[in-house]
Design a protein around this ligand. Structure first.
Ligand code: FES
Ligand code: FES
Length: 156
């Protein structure tokens, strides 16, 4: 059994310690907002937070997350009220949507560490998140919008 705290809830899962965290989230806990893309830390679709830092859950062993705090897209806010989620919806950023939970989880770390990011801060922080639909410009604009919302007190 591996014990994990995910989105503030404790879980015990009966898996081998070398199981990727992504499999546990999706297949054992039904948290399917986190996506499987490349499976080799190249696309960012599987990004979640481990103790507040963005990690690729496809290459993070569940044993590394044992006893730690994991946050997935489902736990970013209770009601889609995180400034990034609000900005994403207002700007209609998604196309197919497949990459977007990973994009938002990476952007959340960026905004926490750089509340007023420049274009180059954004490009650097988001460079590991690939979007096959090419929504990069809309993502960048939405991050700027979210920074404004956050400044106005939009974090709930
Ligand atoms: S699925 Fe993990 S980085 Fe692509
Ligand atoms: S919105 Fe389709 S891959 Fe990014």
């Amino acid at each position: 059994m591996v014990k994990l705290t995910i989105n503030g809830k404790e879980h015990s899962v009966d898996v081998r310690p070398d199981t990727p965290l992504l499999w546990v989230l999706r297949d054992h806990l039904g948290l399917t907002g986190t996506k499987f893309g490349c499976g080799m830390a190249q696309c960012g679709a599987c990004t979640v937070h481990l103790n507040g830092e963005a990690v690729r859950s496809c290459v993070t062993l569940v044993s590394r997350a044992a006893g730690q705090k994991v946050t997935t897209i489902e736990g970013l806010s209770k009601d889609n009220s995180h400034p990034l989620q609000r900005a994403w919806l207002e700007d209609d950023v998604l196309q197919c949507g497949y990459c977007q939970s990973g994009q938002i989880m990476s952007a959340a770390v960026l905004l926490r560490d750089h509340p007023n990011p420049s274009d180059s801060d954004i490009d650097q922080a988001m460079s590991g998140n690939i979007c096959r639909c090419g929504t990069y410009q809309r993502i960048r604009n939405a991050i700027h919008k979210a920074a404004k919302l956050q400044k106005e007190g939009g974090v709930k």
